[in-house]
Ligand binder design. Structure first.
Ligand SMILES: *[C@@H]1O[C@H](CO)[C@@H](O)[C@H](O)[C@H]1NC(C)=O
Ligand SMILES: *[C@@H]1O[C@H](CO)[C@@H](O)[C@H](O)[C@H]1NC(C)=O
Ligand SMILES: *[C@@H]1O[C@H](CO)[C@@H](O)[C@H](O)[C@H]1NC(C)=O
Ligand SMILES: *[C@@H]1O[C@H](CO)[C@@H](O)[C@H](O)[C@H]1NC(C)=O
Ligand SMILES: *[C@@H]1O[C@H](CO)[C@@H](O)[C@H](O)[C@H]1NC(C)=O
Ligand SMILES: *[C@@H]1O[C@H](CO)[C@@H](O)[C@H](O)[C@H]1NC(C)=O
Ligand SMILES: *[C@@H]1O[C@H](CO)[C@@H](O)[C@H](O)[C@H]1NC(C)=O
Ligand SMILES: *[C@@H]1O[C@H](CO)[C@@H](O)[C@H](O)[C@H]1NC(C)=O
Ligand SMILES: *[C@@H]1O[C@H](CO)[C@@H](O)[C@H](O)[C@H]1NC(C)=O
Length: 898
């Protein structure tokens, strides 16, 4: 029944299923169990091989030795014939010819699930890899487990003798195969599980991206038809192949991971059936506790645990909870998938594929943690840490967080606070003295020790922080970060006021490109200043609000004069570089925040301009006219640009991103950076930055009144504080910032707000900050009671009926066929194309637009020299006005003193 609903949902959502075409969406790797930076298992599909004869891989595999196998084997025994539905056990001397690889008929990827439709002789299988996304439930979201559910039915109308089997190896525990592991098997009443661990774990350490301090679990609900065993791969798989069950033998020869590979199987004998009465469910899990070492503002190294540890005291408890929650979790996942897919389909069907591939990847880049104090678990001290997967080991990399932010805003903006809080706390401590925002809080995940190093992304990261802080506050209504860190935020805005209009030559973008007078970087800084104006307004700091608002208005006027090409038809990469252009992804923030700084005609012009570049038959536009192919593009920025484009430009840019996401001729997990002509990965494999796929959806999330939590000292004489804003603002901000550590508990307990599309209707407008305690307009923390295994899962909405013949693809079982689109691309690639950068585009001296880039010339041509001169005069005048505004302030903006 459940599967039926899933199918209906998929048919509704995915046009390629309806249209009976060959599978069209073919990412190079598909998610199997993707839940945290160290629990990230993918199935490679590249090079047209049957994915059911591949070992699943850790996300990191492309960058190191080519393979970083996570041993995970699945078999189905049909009338004594053994079929392999996962792993690569069918092609070695022992098994060749006797273990038959099953055929993959089709697969579906939804935001929470990967569903493989498989033919194994006379039985058809649907194997569903479900990694739930629980955006309103930190207990469930932080349980590092994933489900595998198997449904089967006979395809010849006859019942068949049917047994199923899955095992994992110890390769999940370390990339160092010489590491010794030990294990236990616990057959409890309700559940049976294997627990495997390193005999000498190394805390907070990783090898080739894999941690060396976790515990692996393989579990299932116990029952009479369930059997288990431990032993070498040959022993256990051979026992199942010959007997259809496992014999309960326990191997206690603890040994290195790769020494006659110990495996940890669980199997079920279903007897003679024509279909499974209910799905067979296994679960795999990888627990690290502590998960993160965080340096607190006072310099203490604090070990932080995954959130769910507060609710469970033993593995039996959380494994039982997770397994018994399966059908409710599956229902919740369907509801969430349906919501996300419907919203995405309203933009485009390509976007539905992109968000489906991205969602688990983003959650697979974070750890949700709490601290353990003297009074026990402190569930109000929540911090979320993100790893810069695919690039470095940086902790909470600000530009990646910024890329991912739209997904969190869309699913539950309350994630913003625990993601930003560690960054803000550290930078508000005396340890941090830079005048601009840090790029991260540490360079070796999972150790968040703070980062005081100077860097060149000064404008980029300061603006990112301001934009995200405001976005979180206005979407969640939670003004606590703003009030705790007001002065810090203001110091960054002041930095931008001084530096953003004409970015210096060493200022780097998020793509690590430095160019003087970058239009794209400049506009991000200006939007950041306007964000500060909104932040000040929410705080009741009207003087600051007016100042930053005026600065932003004047700066944007100047920027428009400098940033447009002389024919006024598109934005330049850098001022006066007439033949240049850039993917203006930073305009997105203006739309997201509703700051409306940038003239709407510019959005229209950019959209037309991007389309004029569309002759390139490659995977994207490149980041700018200096970087059209090699290494510097990414689906992430395409989606930001798409969301900031006018209607049909959105489709065009999204389809470019889709073309690459669905290109499986080069390996790599949905990367943020790739070569736009060849499609090869250049960085950001498995990066959580792919939350950017939600950029178009985040634009329709409504904002709400920001409520500043009352603070004992800030209460008094609010009216007076407003009247004389600059001085008093600094004091109040300082005091609030200083009280942060004390006040945290109170504020954090008010953290959760269930996402509500109707928040605007239900939220009471609070225009002025009141003196007494003000209830927050969102729900409090969702602690799941231990007994609760259901209740959250509401029945999915009624789905439109679709007749069965429209469901799933044909009976074709001929292995993997590249989509027509992909084949077309391959053909294009074998015929070398002309480089897309024309010579005139780089000459830089002509004031005429490069002919190959020229937009449809319905409008007047370039500006005459005298026009340019008068524009320059105007710029000078605007500058003078700005200086006057600054001079009018009683005193210079207070510098950051920490
Ligand atoms: C897989 O497909 C091939 C080609 O159609 C067929 O020969 C083979 O029997 C199929 N295997 C299974 C397990 O159904
Ligand atoms: C698998 O799912 C498809 C729809 O995708 C459905 O038609 C089929 O009946 C399912 N098969 C099994 C064995 O559950
Ligand atoms: C791998 O583990 C073995 C056994 O613990 C150890 O001797 C060796 O140094 C490790 N190798 C690496 C590269 O860490
Ligand atoms: C198993 O490994 C743990 C560390 O993960 C260690 O404390 C324990 O002593 C080991 N047990 C055996 C029997 O080697
Ligand atoms: C949590 O802290 C308490 C009190 O300090 C301590 O007794 C307990 O062992 C700690 N728990 C864990 C899992 O560290
Ligand atoms: C901005 O520039 C002014 C004038 O040069 C200077 O007084 C002020 O300290 C600068 N502020 C920041 C935050 O850099
Ligand atoms: C940046 O642009 C400004 C304004 O047009 C100009 O004065 C300045 O020389 C430019 N800087 C560089 C390094 O080109
Ligand atoms: C939402 O944002 C807009 C600006 O984009 C603002 O005018 C409006 O007042 C905001 N609504 C609330 C409830 O704060
Ligand atoms: C987008 O719309 C414009 C104006 O309606 C049209 O000229 C252009 O061809 C369209 N582009 C695409 C890719 O559909």
């Amino acid at each position: 029944m459940l599967t039926w609903l899933i199918c209906l949902l998929l048919v509704t959502a995915c046009p390629f299923v309806q249209s009976q075409r060959v599978q069209s969406f073919w990412p190079a790797a598909i998610p199997l169990a993707v839940r945290s930076p160290y629990f990230s298992c993918w199935l490679p599909t590249a090079q047209n091989e049957n994915p059911l004869t591949q070992w699943p891989q850790f996300w990191h595999y492309v960058k190191t030795n080519g393979a970083q196998t996570l041993g995970w084997a699945g078999f189905a025994r049909v009338d004594s014939t053994m079929y392999q539905w996962l792993g690569d056990w069918s092609d070695n001397p022992v098994t060749k010819g006797t273990v038959i690889p099953a055929n993959l008929t089709s697969f579906q990827i939804t935001p929470t699930r990967t569903i493989l439709a498989i033919r194994a002789g006379a039985m058809d299988l649907n194997v569903t890899f479900l990694t739930p996304i629980e955006p309103s439930d930190w207990v469930r979201q932080s349980i590092p487990f994933s489900y595998i559910a198997l449904d089967a039915s006979s395809n010849d109308g006859q019942p068949h003798d049917f047994q199923v089997y899955a095992d994992i190896s110890a390769e999940w525990l370390s990339a160092n195969g010489s590491s010794v592991v030990n294990w236990t098997t616990t057959p409890a009443d309700s559940v049976i599980y294997h627990e495997i661990k390193l005999s000498s774990p190394i805390p907070f350490d990783e090898t080739s991206g894999q941690a060396n301090d976790g515990m692996m679990y393989h579990a299932m609900t116990n029952g009479v038809d369930v059997s288990y065993q431990t032993g070498s791969d040959e022993t256990c798989r051979g026992q199942f192949q010959n007997n259809g069950n496992l014999d309960g033998t326990l191997d206690s020869d603890f040994r290195p991971i790769t020494s006659t590979f110990p495996v940890f199987p669980l199997s079920v004998d279903l007897g003679s059936i024509s279909s499974t009465p209910s799905p067979v469910v296994w679960t795999v899990g990888y627990v690290r506790d502590p998960a993160i070492q965080y340096t607190t503002p006072d310099g203490t190294a604090q070990s932080r645990s995954p959130y769910f540890r507060a609710n469970f005291s033993s593995p039996t408890e959380f494994i039982s909870f997770f397994l018994s929650d399966y059908s409710a979790a599956s229902q919740r996942s369907q509801t969430l998938d349906q919501q996300i897919l419907q919203d995405a389909m309203n933009v485009s069907s390509n976007l539905a594929d992109l968000v489906s591939l991205a969602a688990r990847q983003v959650f697979g880049g974070i750890d949700i943690t709490i601290s353990n104090g003297t009074g026990g678990w402190n569930t109000s001290d929540v911090m979320v840490f993100m790893k810069d997967m695919g690039n470095t080991q940086r902790v909470n990399p600000v530009e990646v967080l910024y890329q991912a932010f739209p997904m969190f805003l869309y699913l539950n903006a309350s994630f913003g606070k625990p993601l930003l809080a560690p960054l803000l706390e550290f930078q508000d401590s005396p340890q941090f003295t830079l005048p601009y925002a840090a790029a991260d809080i540490g360079t070796s995940y999972p150790v968040a020790s703070g980062d005081t190093a100077a860097h060149n992304q000064e404008i980029e990261q300061s603006a990112n922080m301001l934009i995200m802080t405001l976005a979180h506050a206005r979407t969640s209504g939670d003004g606590s970060l703003i009030s705790q860190h007001y002065n810090l935020l203001k110091s960054w805005a002041n930095y931008l006021v001084n530096n953003t209009l004409t970015p210096a030559a060493n200022q780097q973008s998020a793509d690590q490109i430095s160019i003087a007078n970058s239009t794209n970087l400049a506009v991000k800084g200006i939007i950041g200043i306007q964000a500060m104006a909104e932040i000040s307004r929410a705080m009741g700091e009207d003087g600051d609000a007016e100042f930053f608002g005026q600065e932003a208005t004047v700066l944007i006027g100047t920027w428009e004069l400098l940033a447009l090409s002389s024919d006024q038809q598109h934005l330049l990469l850098d001022y006066s570089d007439e033949t240049s252009w850039a993917l203006m992804y930073n305009l997105y923030a203006d739309r997201l925040l509703g700051t409306n700084l940038v003239n709407s005609s510019i959005y229209q012009k950019q959209t037309i301009f991007y389309e004029s570049l569309s002759a390139d038959p490659n995977f994207g536009l490149g980041i700018d006219s200096d970087h059209t192919s090699m290494g510097d593009s990414g689906e992430t920025w395409l989606l930001f640009a798409a969301a900031a484009a006018e209607a049909n430009g959105t489709d065009f840019l999204i389809s470019k991103a889709w073309d690459h996401a669905s290109f499986n001729q080069t390996p790599g997990i949905f990367p943020t950076q790739y070569d736009t002509s060849r499609g090869t990965l250049t960085g950001g494999a498995a990066s959580p930055g792919q939350g950017a796929m939600f950029a178009p959806l985040a634009l329709s999330v409504s904002n709400t009144t920001i409520v500043i939590p009352p603070s004992p000292t800030a209460n008094t004489n609010k009216a007076k504080a407003k009247a004389k804003s600059v001085n008093v603002g600094a004091i109040v901000g300082g005091v609030v910032g200083g009280l942060c550590v004390v006040g945290c508990g109170v504020v954090a307990s008010l953290l959760w707000r269930r996402r509500s599309r109707n928040s605007l209707d239900t939220v009471e407008k609070v225009e002025n900050i009141t003196v007494g305690p003000e209830p927050f307009p969102y729900n409090s923390a969702p602690n799941v009671p231990m007994s609760s295994t259901s209740g959250l899962g509401e029945a999915p909405e009624a789905l439109p009926l679709v007749s069965p013949e429209h469901i799933a693809t044909s009976g074709q079982t001929s292995g993997i066929v590249p989509s027509s689109k992909m084949r077309e691309m391959m053909l294009n690639h074998s015929a070398p194309r002309q480089p897309t950068t024309s010579a005139s585009a780089t000459s830089g001296t002509s004031s005429e637009p490069a002919s190959s880039r020229e937009p449809p010339s319905s409008n007047s041509g370039g500006l005459s020299p005298s026009d340019v001169q008068s524009l320059r005069t105007e710029v000078e005048n605007l500058r003078r006005v700005m200086l006057e505004i600054r001079a009018e302030r009683d005193e210079p903006p207070p510098g950051y003193t920490g």
